[in-house]
Design a protein. Sequence first.
Length: 129
Amino acid sequence: MIVYTDSGLREYCYIIGDFVKVRNPHKFLVTVNEGEYNALLLAINAVWLKLFLCKSSTQIEFRSDSQLMVRQLNGHYKCKSPKLSLLKKQIWDTARSLIKVGCVVSFVWVPREQNIAGIELEKGEPNGN
């Protein structure tokens, strides 16, 4: 299963495989990095719920064009921001739950032009704004 995530200043998007596409405005003001983490957190929770309801396990690759976030999640960079550290912990808590039920979870950086969620966001703001 491949999951793409991305965030802009006003909205986030995640796409799970070919069947689930979520694009919504942020509920509160966030930095670009907080938006990236929030998009991934919402996506990983949606995947957990889907797999829990289906009682299945699989290989899940979360793809993002946020090199900083991917490198922090994979332990290559330290996460110094308290807000991002909390979001990172929440993401890894859910990832560990997926791993416990037999899933293989990975976080992968992709160039912007290969991030389907980013391409979706570039189509414009919700409601044509």
